[in-house]
Every structure is written in structure tokens, then in C-alpha cells.
Design a protein around this ligand. Structure first.
Ligand code: CP3
Length: 386
């Protein structure tokens, strides 16, 4: 079964690569190196990068750093290339995905790039009625109410997202020794949008479905688990060096409910990736009480938001766990002295962990000054040099 799945993914990748190869030849470009040989060669360049070493809890020359939402609205060049184009449309254009992913890499000496996409891209790709409204977030045409609604969530095929493969292949070539992080939304966070119909404060309806209709809940989570697993497989097959599973809103649950209603599904996603030799990062907001369980789901690296100091977080996860985080993104709106002091405190907490990747506790706020992020990146490198 797993073997068959792998073969299918590989076949999908080969078809897309063959198309790229033909395109280059048609355009009269000399194809000096077969892409088939290039991808593993380039991916292995990143293998010894500080970011991947930190994910594996190996010694690093300095604490690696990247920022959630480093690409996006805080950058004027992003706003320029996105002008007039709907968010989800921009996520289907390989050249735009590539450009937007690279924009922060030109400004900051960050240790990893994160693919420009969105957690709802695979849902849109299977034909589900979903859109992203500017300033609002994902909105659903017809929310999930009953088992019959699940027919609208068919499995994802690699051929549904050719632009992801195309962009990852191009990016891996461009980035060289700098690793590319792929990502997906975790089933709970995706389910919360599908049930609520859009963003919500406390995810009350979602929790109500969980308690009142467990059969519908688990059937929905299984569908989303399959879609998410394939979406991550496609990214890994094309060359991403690590993946992050965003369970942004799962902090709405108690540990007992997380264990019963979420953990088995997220664990299945991580287990399916076990043999792929790419570090698995797991992140959510307000998940202080869930950090141990999120590690237990099968993550190598646990992302921490700004509410729990990293030394405390280290005591909440089992041994052999790397931590990622966790400067409050709002701190970046304060003067530099405050940023430096707070960043130093994050680094101090990170030294208690077995391994630490510096990041924010959630995404970069749109009003953040990019120069502040550039300065912070250099500061983290200098302060942590060993
Ligand atoms: O981190 C990166 O640089 C990669 C890009 C990225 C985006 N979405 C691009 C985006 C990532 C990793 C995501 C994941 C995502 N999307 C999550 C999990 C991460 C998190 O923040 O917790 C969630 C919950 C979503 C759903 C979503 N999509 C929201 C809440 C929004 C913001 C709505 C708004 O306008 O305020 C989006 C849209 C979105 N995704 C934007 C970007 C750059 C803004 C769209 C725009 O430019 O108009």
C-alpha cells in the first residue's frame, strides 16, 4: 500500500519533470544536467545547513533562524507582485510561488525558505468551494454539516498540484545550500475552517461537532489526513528539506480532547513521513498545554508560541526534541532595544532546550518593518555564535 502510494507519487513527479525538461528544450535552452540527477544532488547540499542540523539536534555554529510568514504582506515587493491577483490564484502559478518564496531570502540572511502557499491550497485543488478573502482569511461556500458533505472532499492526486512540484524543483535549484521548508495545515485546523465556514474565535461549532457527532468528526479528519499526507508527499518528492504541519487553532482543545480527537490523525500524517528522512515540525498557537502531546504525535521539532518561555517548553516535551520559536511578533513593532532584549531572552531559553531554531511565536505581522527582521536575523546569528 505505502509502496504503491510512493510509486504513484514518483510517477507524478516524473511526468512533471519530463514536462519541464521538454519546455526547456522547446525554448531552445541547453539542458546540461538532467533534472532527475540534479534534485537529489542539490537537496543534499542543504543537508549540513545549520537549520537541518538543529532539527536533528546536532551541533551548530550559531542558532539558525527563519520567520513564519517571512514572505507576504510585510514586504513591498510582495504587495507589488500580488497587486490585483487573488491570493489562491497566485498560489497556482509556479513562477509567482518561486518569486514570492525568494523575496525574503534576498533581504534576510535567514537559514531557511518556506514555500509560498496556503493551508487551503490542497482543498481548492480537489475542487472544494473555498476562497481566501483579503483581511479575513479562508471562507467556505458550503460548510461541512453531514456525512454526505464529505463527498466534496475527494483524495488529492499529485497531478492536482503540478505548480507545487514545479515551484519546489525551481526553488531547490535556486536556493542551493539553503533548505526549503514545505508545509500543510493539520486536520484539526482545516476542519475548523470547513465546519465554521470561515475564521472563528473559539471554534465552538467545531468542538460541538467533535462532541455531538464523533462519527462525522473522525470521517472528516480521515479525509483531511489523506489530503494533507499527499500534499506533503508531493513537496518532499520534489525536494523540500523539512516540513511543518500547522495546527494553528488546536490550542482551543483540552489535552484529553486533543488526545482523543486529533492526535491519532496527526500521528498518521507524521508516521507516513517517517521513512522520508525530512525533519517534521509541528506548530500551533496557544498550545502550551499540548506541547508534549504534539511532540508525541511524531514531530522532531515542536514550534512554541510566545506564551510559554522556551526553558519551560523544554520541560514539557520528551527528550530528543528540538524547539522552534518564540519571539512575540508584536515585539517587532517596538523600538530596536526592546527587540534585542527580548530576542536575547528567547536565545537564553533556547539554550535549555536540546536544540533551538529561532522563530517568532506566530507569523510576521503585516505592519512589521522588514529592516527590523533583517537586523534581528543578524543579531540572532551574532549573539548565538559559538
Ligand atoms: O510563512 C510563509 O511565509 C509562507 C506563507 C503562508 C501563507 N499561509 C501565505 C498567506 C503560510 C505558511 C500560510 C499558512 C496558513 N494559512 C495558516 C497557518 C499559519 C498560521 O498563520 O497560523 C493559516 C491558519 C492560514 C489561513 C489563512 N490564509 C489566513 C488566516 C490568512 C490571512 C487572512 C488575512 O488577509 O489576514 C490567509 C491568507 C494568506 N496566506 C496571506 C498570505 C501571505 C495573506 C493574503 C494576502 O496577501 O492578501
Amino acid at each position: 500500500m505505502a509502496c504503491d502510494l510512493l510509486r504513484r507519487h514518483f510517477a507524478g513527479l516524473k511526468t512533471i519533470l519530463a514536462r519541464l525538461y521538454d519546455k526547456a528544450r522547446e525554448a531552445g535552452r541547453r539542458v546540461s544536467l538532467l533534472v532527475y540527477e540534479t534534485i537529489p544532488a542539490v537537496t543534499s547540499l542543504a543537508k549540513d545547513s545549520p537549520f537541518l542540523r538543529a532539527c536533528r539536534r546536532e551541533p551548530v555554529p550559531y542558532t539558525p533562524v527563519w520567520f513564519m510568514r517571512q514572505a507576504g504582506r510585510s514586504l513591498p515587493e510582495y504587495r507589488q507582485v500580488r497587486a490585483g491577483m487573488p491570493m489562491l490564484e497566485s498560489c497556482t502559478k509556479a513562477d509567482l510561488i518561486t518569486e514570492i518564496t525568494l523575496q525574503p531570502m534576498r533581504r534576510y540572511q535567514v537559514d531557511a525558505a518556506i514555500l509560498f502557499s496556503d493551508i487551503v491550497v490542497p482543498l481548492k485543488a480537489v475542487g472544494f468551494g473555498i476562497d481566501i478573502k483579503p483581511g479575513v482569511g479562508p471562507v467556505i461556500e458550503e460548510p461541512i454539516r453531514e456525512l454526505r458533505d464529505l463527498d466534496r472532499l475527494r483524495p488529492l492526486e499529485p497531478g492536482d498540484v503540478p505548480y507545487i512540484t514545479e515551484a519546489v524543483v525551481a526553488l531547490v535549484g535556486e536556493l542551493g545550500a539553503r533548505p526549503l521548508i514545505g508545509f500543510a495545515g493539520a486536520p484539526f485546523t482545516l476542519a475548523s475552517y470547513l465546519i465554521e465556514g470561515g475564521p472563528s474565535r473559539n471554534h465552538d461549532r467545531t468542538r460541538a461537532v467533535m462532541y455531538a457527532e464523533p462519527a462525522l468528526w473522525h470521517a472528516l479528519m480521515e479525509r483531511l489526513t489523506t489530503i494533507t499526507s499527499t500534499f506533503l508527499e508531493v513537496q518532499i518528492a520534489a525536494g523540500t528539506s523539512a516540513v511543518q504541519l500547522f495546527d494553528s487553532w488546536v490550542g482551543a482543545l483540552s489535552p484529553a480532547d486533543y488526545r482523543a480527537f486529533v492526535l491519532p490523525h496527526s500521528a498518521q500524517i507524521f508516521a507516513a513521513l517517517e521513512s522520508r528522512d525530512v525533519p517534521r515540525i509541528h506548530f500551533g498557537v496557544g498550545t502550551g498545554e499540548l506541547l508534549g502531546l504534539m511532540r508525541h504525535a511524531g514531530a522532531d521539532v515542536v514550534g512554541v508560541d510566545w506564551r510559554v518561555p522556551l526553558d519551560e517548553a523544554a520541560s514539557r516535551v520528551e527528550a530528543e526534541t528540538a524547539l522552534q520559536g518564540n519571539l512575540d511578533p508584536a515585539v517587532l513593532l517596538a523600538p530596536w532595544d526592546v527587540v534585542a532584549e527580548r530576542a536575547r531572552a528567547v536565545l537564553a531559553g533556547g539554550r535549555i532546550a536540546e536544540s533551538h531554531i529561532f522563530n517568532l511565536g506566530h507569523g510576521v505581522l503585516p505592519e512589521t518593518d522588514p529592516d527590523m527582521l533583517a537586523r534581528l536575523t543578524d543579531f540572532v546569528h551574532e549573539e548565538s555564535a559559538r
